[in-house]
Design a protein around this ligand. Structure first.
Ligand code: FAD
Ligand code: MG
Ligand code: MG
Ligand code: MG
Ligand code: MG
Length: 536
């Protein structure tokens, strides 16, 4: 088994996989896992870079300890995991090989390239930044994706302040150097803007009193609002708070060009404008990595935007390849495509009509296979499929005598597929997919060895191999000034200082190891007592 990537998806997979069952090779250009939600905190020194990374070899090693004191007794099979620090630059889906290139050392032919065969390939390479081919972005903007990016931003912020303090600059030049531009009003851009504002207001103004009034932070967003993936109340609160804080939020502006000292943007109503800036961070959009684009071409997915898998996370159109996290998306089966099969399956007595009871009997299975059904019922404020049928057949039909033929079933379920949604590109999704896939692999051997054994019985069998289902536990948007917005399941919105404390506790508990947990918490304490570190 070859695993590509050691981010959220890859690490969750490796943490949950039973290594005694497979010969696992892990390939990734980074030999550590990064806790990406805290990257914005690293850009301003609230948290130190090393506090949010954990060596992958340690994570793998821990898993061994957890499982193995008894696995070693039971079996002497291959429990070693190999990790190789390299990029996979091509996947041969027919020959089942991955072609890799190491940057840190060369082999005999002087290239650092090597080939690995696989039976199972788990692709978890994530996404890359997308500049939408805007000129100048690659050359002049910072990104915020990796730990090195966060380090560079931190150094650059301080550099801007030092530059603006030099004796030979005029006021205009100082202003330019202290203009921080953030392109993209998504969660990352907003969180970085909030973090930067706090850094300036709480720490830097004390150190640079002469130039503190010249600082300007702008957030440029092409849509009408920032934080569009959040509830509208949160977006509005964030916009109002930023306005109070003096952060300039420009909605409806699209950046068209960036040169080394000015940024050009376009707005429908006012046309093109240019503005000088000191530092720009690009956090607008994600794109597909070249190695994935190439796979998509090989397997006939070239018309799609992202690599597509089925609900068991198997890549459609090839054999033995699984994809999890930001690099892939799930293609959800449609109820209407399978409607005849559903009807046949439900019609246990082959009568050609369905009773409500027959439908209710398969309802639970239907909801697992087609999660959109539950969403649809919820959106209609219905708790039972019988309501849906009654609705389609016209109100006053007696429950017991209700019979449905295929056309009536079609009418009843006609709009269910409108609730099919693709999952967001978040750590939460990636981690759940990694965990799910590992559990599938762990029980695969069992099921092959005991095809009729207890594992295949309805309950356990179904639960082991049920399609991937995402559970949304809510999301946060830290807005600075010790305030955060939280959107929790069940339409719960909470905004303010309390949510910030919730944020602290959730992010502390989500750390991958006790080492990083202790480091992150002590960084927060250090910041409370001494402020952020401005030397770097
Ligand atoms: P990644 O975590 O990006 O991992 C990809 C891995 O693949 C990396 O190890 C990389 O080195 C490796 N790789 C890349 N190319 C290759 C190759 N060619 N061959 C082999 N390996 C390769 N999500 C949330 O849910 N909540 C948040 O608060 C949140 N905040 C975020 C803040 C920031 C600043 C960022 C950038 C993201 C944030 N996210 C958040 C999103 C979250 O980080 C991603 O959704 C998540 O990382 C996706 O996991 P992944 O495993 O698919 O990809
Ligand atoms: Mg990953
Ligand atoms: Mg990661
Ligand atoms: Mg995905
Ligand atoms: Mg029947």
């Amino acid at each position: 088994m070859v695993v590509l990537g050691t981010g959220w998806a890859g690490t969750a997979f490796l943490k949950n996989l039973d290594y005694s069952l497979y010969d696992v090779k892990v390939i990734s250009p980074r030999n550590y896992f990064t806790f990406t939600p805290l990257l914005p905190s690293v850009t301003c020194g609230t948290v130190e870079p090393r506090s949010i990374v954990e060596p992958i070899r340690k994570i793998i090693g821990k898993n061994k300890l957890l499982f193995n004191w008894f696995f070693i007794l039971l079996s002497q099979k291959g429990e070693e995991i190999d990790y190789w620090e390299a990029d996979c630059y091509k996947i041969n889906t027919v020959g089942k090989k991955v072609l890799c290139r190491s940057k840190i050392g060369t082999n005999l032919d002087g290239t650092g390239e090597f080939v690995v065969d696989y039976d199972y390939l788990v692709i978890a390479v994530g996404a890359q930044v997308n500049t939408f081919n805007t000129p100048g972005v690659m050359e002049h903007c910072h990104f915020l994706k990796e730990i090195e990016d966060a380090r560079r931003i931190r150094r650059s912020v301080i550099d801007c302040f030092e530059k603006a303090s030099l004796p030979y600059l005029d006021e205009e030049e100082r202003k330019k150097n202290l203009h921080f531009v953030i392109v993209g009003g998504g969660p990352t851009g907003v969180e970085f803007a909030a973090e930067l504002h706090d850094f300036v207001a709480e720490d830097l103004t004390k150190l640079y009193p002469a130039i503190q009034d010249l600082v300007k932070i702008s957030v440029i967003q092409s849509g009408e609002h920032i934080l569009t993936m959040f509830d509208q109340r949160i977006a509005e609160f964030a916009e109002a708070k930023f306005q109070r804080d003096g952060i300039d939020v420009r909605t409806g502006y699209r950046v068209v060009k960036i040169s080394d000292n000015s940024i050009t943007m376009k707005c429908k109503s006012t046309g093109e404008t240019s503005e000088p800036y000191g530092m720009a961070v690009w956090s607008a959009g994600v794109g597909t990595r070249p190695v994935i684009v190439d796979v998509m071409k090989q397997i006939g997915q070239e018309n799609r935007r992202v690599l597509t898998t089925d609900e068991w996370l198997r890549v459609c159109g090839c054999d033995g390849i699984y994809a999890i996290g930001d690099c892939a998306t799930i293609s959800q089966r449609k109820v209407m495509e399978d409607i005849s099969a559903i009807f046949k399956f439900a019609d246990k007595d082959n009568s050609g009509t369905l009773t409500v009871k027959e439908i209710q009997d398969i309802f639970e299975d239907l909801c697992i296979r087609y999660p959109q059904l539950e969403l649809y019922l919820k959106s209609k404020h219905m708790s039972d499929i019988a309501d849906l049928i009654r609705d389609a057949k016209g109100g006053d039909v007696e429950k017991g005598s209700m019979q449905l033929d295929i056309d009536e079933l079609k009418i009843a379920l006609a709009h269910v597929d409108s609730q099919v949604k693709s999952l967001p590109a978040t750590a939460q999704v990636a981690a759940q997919q990694g965990q799910y896939l590992a559990q599938c692999f762990n029980s695969m051997r069992d099921c092959e060895e005991h095809p009729t054994g207890p594992l295949r019985l309805r309950d356990s069998g179904r639960h082991r191999f049920r399609p991937f289902q995402y559970k949304h536990f809510g999301q946060f948007a830290p807005l600075g000034g010790e305030q955060a917005a939280a959107e929790l399941p069940g339409d719960w919105i909470s905004i303010g200082h309390g949510s910030q404390w919730l944020w602290y506790s959730v992010y502390a508990s989500k750390q991958v190891s006790w080492r990083t947990r202790v480091l992150v918490i002590s960084d927060w304490l250090r910041r409370f007592i001494f402020g952020r570190d401005t030397s770097c």
